[in-house]
Structures are given as C-alpha cells and as structure tokens.
Design a protein around this ligand. Sequence first.
Ligand SMILES: NC(=O)c1ccc[n+]([C@@H]2O[C@H](COP(=O)([O-])OP(=O)(O)OC[C@H]3O[C@@H](n4cnc5c(N)ncnc54)[C@H](OP(=O)(O)O)[C@@H]3O)[C@@H](O)[C@H]2O)c1
Length: 329
Amino acid sequence: MKVFVVGASGVIGTRLVPQLLERGHEVVGTSRSPEKAERLRALGAEGITLDLLDPRAVRRAVLESEPDAIVHQATALSDARFTRKLDRSLAQTNRLRTEGLDALLAAAREVGVSRFVAQSFASMRYAREGGPVKTEEDPLDPTPLAGMAETAAAMNYLDDTVTDAGGIALRYGLFYGAHNDGLVEPVRKRQFPIVGSGGGYATWLHLDDAAAATVLALDHDGPAIYHIADDEPAPVREWLPVLADALGAKPPRHFPVWLARLFAGEIAVMLGTEARGVSNAKAKRELGWTPRYPSWRQGFAEVYARASVQEGREVGAPASVSSESPVSS
Ligand SMILES: NC(=O)c1ccc[n+]([C@@H]2O[C@H](COP(=O)([O-])OP(=O)(O)OC[C@H]3O[C@@H](n4cnc5c(N)ncnc54)[C@H](OP(=O)(O)O)[C@@H]3O)[C@@H](O)[C@H]2O)c1
C-alpha cells in the first residue's frame, strides 16, 4: 500500500516509517521542516513538507500523493510546558486532533483511501470508578477535571470522528523509549512524587511497540478503537521507584494529597491517586499484536541503561547492557 504518514518525523513516526517500508509499503512522510523531510527521504520514504493546520495544503498534498492509507501521528507536545492547566499545554495538539483531523479526513474521502489510522491516547480518560484496568468498552470520564476538559473533548472528538469515518483510533499508553521521554528529567530531579497512596494507574508503551501495532492496524478494517499498551498496567507507587532506579535517581519523594494539590494542582493529584489503567487484550486478540516490551519493569531498565551508556553516564545500569541500536528519536 501507499501510506501517507502525517507526523512522520516525530518519536513514533521515525520508528513507524522504517517498519512500514520493511513491510513492503510505499511511504509518503510529512514534516513542516524541509530538513526533516530530507531525513525522511534518507530513511527511504518520500519526504514532503506539510502543515496539518493548513487545510488547502493538506488537500493538495493528499490529492497529489493519492495514498491507499493515511496515518495521523501529528502532536505538538515537545515544547509544551505541563502545568496545572493541561488544556493550555495541549492547545496545539488539540487543534491537530480536531481541525487537523478534519482536513485530513476530508482529503482522505476525496481520494477514497481504504484505511485511516490515527493516534489517540488511553491515559487519564476513563471514569474514575470501578476496577483499576479498563477496556475500550468502559465509560470515559463524564466529568473531566477543570483544566483538562478541552483536551478530553479533543480526544473524544478524534475517536468518534475517526470511527464514524470507518477508521481506527489507537489509544496509546504512555510512551517511553526515547532519550527525551517526558518523565526522565523530573524523575532524575525527584520532582515527580508519589502522591498519597500512589494508587493512580498508568499503562506504559514502548515506542517501538507503538509503531509495530500501527503497522498491524493498517491491515485491518475499521471502525475500531484499540488500546495499544503493555501487559502490566500499574499504580504509580509500583512503577515510579522502578523508573527512578533505572535512571540512577534517588527514590521518589512522597507527598500527601493536600501538598500535591497545593503545588501541582488537581490534575496531578488525580493522575497520582485515581487514574485508571487499560487492558491491551483486544489489540492482541484482533490485531495479532504482541508487545516486544511486555512490561515497563524490563523496558525501563533496558532503555535507560542503553541511553546511559550512550551518554557515558553512571546511572546504576544493570549488568546486561545491550549494545544494540541506540535509543533515540
Ligand atoms: N502517548 C504518549 O505518551 C505521548 C503521545 C505523544 C507525545 N508524547 C511525548 O511528547 C514528546 C514529544 O511530543 P511531540 O508531539 O512533539 O512529538 P514529536 O516526536 O515531535 O512528533 C510530533 C509530530 O507531529 C508533527 N507535527 C506537529 N505539528 C504539526 C503540524 N502543525 N502539521 C503537521 N505535522 C505536525 C511533527 O512534525 P514536524 O515538527 O517535523 O513538523 C512530528 O512529526 C515525546 O517525549 C513523546 O514521547 C507522548
């Protein structure tokens, strides 16, 4: 198939493009920057420049490429500052998930693509009641906290719009696997505490596994929503000390809820104490996907040990340091 990947230059995209090519697909990959488009060419894709928020340019690029399939992996999180007003931090990403998606889907309809797969997100979305691990059928949070309502609405819009169009929305877990993973610095600096009992769940996902599942999703008919996440959803009190250890950091601090609320706000408290994890059973069953990194327990150690070797840092890496390909985006 000819696959048009928007966001091909990002942390997922740069892993996805080689995997698509390996699978025998032809790839058109986009970036807003000519330099990154050039790098996509070096990977073996046709690299083009495109701003997803320019609907005319989107229409032109898709009509010119005439792809069989489209993958939407565009987000704008690298420069985002995560504050207690999540909606402000994610405003641009929310536009890419709504306006950007609309432009892409309109063009997709015009050329009659047979497959449409888009990046969605699994964490922070489910109703904070009942068991700790949710399936795709479980209800989403009907009352998102102040400061994240627009973000929740944008993710819901993406899921609904993609599936209404017959496509597949992949609700990814929390990414790790790159040197600039979001939690690396805060955890190294002990700025990410265990809040209260640390019972809020996260479900992690190695970036290579995210790319592999995306390739498989292109072989399947929609509409569908899948959780793409590892096998071990876990509460903060379990994964955070393991992550700190993998990074050679001191153990995380413990904050009472009132203190975390004061310093970090209600969203941080919710994530630390109430958030739900997700089950990957449906993706494994229907996509035939098996994560190469089934648990963050091994994944963190492997990824950050490798990164530390590259950086020449002493981070308490386990002895079984692999000398495989570098971890980078
Ligand atoms: N599930 C998760 O945990 C999750 C999800 C997303 C991101 N993250 C984290 O956030 C950090 C970086 O995120 P990021 O979103 O900046 O990722 P990124 O790795 O830079 O990827 C974003 C992609 O979207 C593209 N993009 C951005 N704005 C665009 C626009 N207006 N039009 C077309 N394409 C556009 C970028 O292309 P150009 O910039 O080349 O134009 C890039 O290819 C990473 O640490 C990542 O792990 C985590």
